[in-house]
Design a protein around this ligand. Structure first.
Ligand code: FAD
Length: 435
């Protein structure tokens, strides 16, 4: 009797605790469920990258057995039916801590009846909820979370070996065609590509380059972490050996884990203000909001570093972290558009779009998150551009008409930053006095 290994955000075969657990019980049937509830809200770019990652996983599985079984439909029905069809011993998964995933898994466990749903491992080095304050509460502030997370530590990578597994198959459907994402340069997908990228990058002196979009030298592992084609523990185990700035890089990975535990503890924080008083700031609505959002999304605000970032997002499905902060601040504070609108645009276009990291980084920039940047810290897009893109190389790459007007007209600034800054600060002071 086989065990089913149901893949979700763990699309790899190495360092896979749930695969080890499934294989300990005998033959393993690898399954992926095309779940509309998850696929429909992802933009074409993330869906295309997911499908490529699945094809790579299928190819890796075919080296050792019949390949990935793909079925479409509601997970509770699909998993229950397949378990009955093959008389499964159990269904193994890596635990999902997102609001949708956790509820879905409870439903699947119920539907399975006597067949156990076994959760082993998670997409994180330390499972959300494991690290808590002295009084047993989830952390709201990053710095003490980070300290406790490092102290808690993590296991060594799991030694899962796909060659040693007795893989079995079942009838399934083909993977759907990738959505057409014209003009987009997607990164290479799959476990081998993720490991190769990590190997190639891991000696990079991170502190020197991490804030410089022009140098473009961060790891670009985010899409792989999103789908689990590499596990953070593999990264953590390999980082110290070569990187002079291992501690800084480890801290960035900790932000990902911090936001996952925030979402786990406060599932509403994906949509609602963590600090609700900021909801009452004077945001624009209606047609004016549409006009501003459209200009921002198209990279036509008249602020070069903002426009460069928004165009990089459309062209690559990715944007440098420093520029994500600049464009998010600009939308909320200069254009007075509520953060959820920007977060939705990011989720639609980012290949690494991740609910926990995206929504909470937006809240951080908007000043309303867990331990957010104070609202009154308003980025000056011109000064930021000068500081982090000192030679203008990043801007020239994405906004070529600035250097060569024959390529088209560059718009006048959509708003005046100094005026908008003063207005935002005044509104904030009023809110604090009367709020
Ligand atoms: P590196 O600098 O090489 O960092 C390594 C890894 O650390 C990243 O892959 C990521 O997993 C993690 N990391 C780094 N910075 C952060 C951070 N601030 N928060 C959480 N994790 C971090 N990241 C996403 O993965 N998905 C998102 O949807 C997302 N949305 C964002 C929205 C905004 C407004 C902002 C300001 C940041 C967002 N980030 C998001 C965080 C960060 O910008 C990306 O993780 C990073 O740019 C990915 O590139 P990299 O892999 O080269 O990063």
């Amino acid at each position: 009797r086989p065990s089913i290994l149901w893949f979700r955000r763990d699309l790899r075969l190495g360092d896979h605790p749930a695969l080890l657990a499934a294989a300990a019980d005998g033959p393993v049937l690898p399954l992926f469920v095309l779940d509309d509830a998850l696929l429909a809200p992802s933009g074409a770019v993330r869906r295309a990258f997911l499908l490529r990652t699945l094809r790579a996983l299928d190819a890796d599985l075919r080296r050792h057995g019949p390949g990935l079984v793909v079925r479409g439909g509601r997970p509770a029905t699909v998993v229950r039916d397949l378990a009955a069809e093959v008389d499964a011993r159990g269904v193994h998964v890596s635990a999902d801590f997102g609001p949708y995933g956790a509820a879905r898994d409870d439903e699947v466990a119920d539907a399975l009846g006597d067949v156990p749903l076994v959760r082993t491992g998670s997409p994180y080095a330390v499972a959300p909820g494991r690290v808590r304050t002295g009084s047993g509460h989830p952390y709201r502030v990053f710095t003490p979370f980070h300290r406790a997370w490092v102290e808690h530590g993590w296991r060594a990578p799991a030694e899962s070996d796909p060659a040693a597994v007795d893989w079995v198959g079942a009838p399934g459907s083909d993977l759907p065609e990738e959505p057409v994402v014209s003009g987009i340069d997607l990164p290479e997908a799959g476990e081998a590509a993720a490991l190769a990228r990590w190997e190639e990058w891991r000696g990079t002196p991170y502190d020197d380059v991490r804030d410089r979009p022009d140098l473009d030298a961060t790891s670009r592992l985010s899409p792989h972490l999103r789908w689990g084609s590499i596990h953070p523990r593999t990264i953590l185990a390999g980082i110290d050996a070569r990187n002079p700035h291992a501690a800084t890089f480890r801290k960035e990975l900790a932000w990902r884990e911090f936001y996952a535990q925030v979402l786990h503890a406060w599932p509403g924080s994906a949509r609602e203000y963590f600090r609700p008083e900021l909801r009452d700031l004077p945001y624009v609505t209606g047609a004016e909001r549409r006009r501003r959002l459209d200009a921002w999304a198209a990279g036509r605000t008249g602020y070069p570093i903002v426009d460069a970032g928004m165009r990089q997002l459309l062209a690559e499905g990715w944007m440098h972290n420093r520029v994500r902060m600049i464009v998010a601040s600009f939308l909320v504070k200069d254009l007075q558009v509520e953060w959820q609108h920007g977060a939705r645009h990011f989720m639609e276009h980012l290949v690494d779009g991740d609910l926990a990291s995206n929504q909470h980084n937006w809240q951080w920039v908007a000043g309303c998150g867990t331990d957010a940047a104070p609202y009154f810290r308003i980025f000056n897009p011109t000064a930021q551009g000068r500081k982090f893109d000192p030679d203008g190389a990043y801007v020239r790459r994405w906004v070529p008409e600035l250097a060569d007007p024959s390529l088209g007209d560059y718009p006048e600034p959509i708003v005046d930053h100094a005026e908008q800054r003063a207005a935002a600060l005044e509104a904030y002071q009023l809110l604090r006095r009367h709020g």
